[in-house]
Design a protein. Structure first.
Length: 64
């Protein structure tokens, strides 16, 4: 508590990040592949997006 506010914030951030642990090998690459696939599906028209408001409504709706 004797540290300046900025240093305490940096320390707290480092501690929180350390709790996340190491990500599994290949996870980031797998996400990049999935994102590229979804972008291509949207661009090709094989899937159709919905407005954000509708997506949020669906998530918040009870019994959805």
């Amino acid at each position: 508590m004797g540290l300046p506010e900025q240093e305490r914030a940096e320390l707290a951030h480092k501690i929180l990040v350390s709790l996340d642990g190491e990500s599994e090998e290949g996870v980031e690459e797998a996400w990049e592949t999935e994102i590229a696939k979804r972008i291509e599906e949207i661009r090709s028209g094989s899937v159709k997006g919905i407005p954000a408001e509708e997506a949020f409504w669906d998530v918040r709706a009870p019994n959805s």
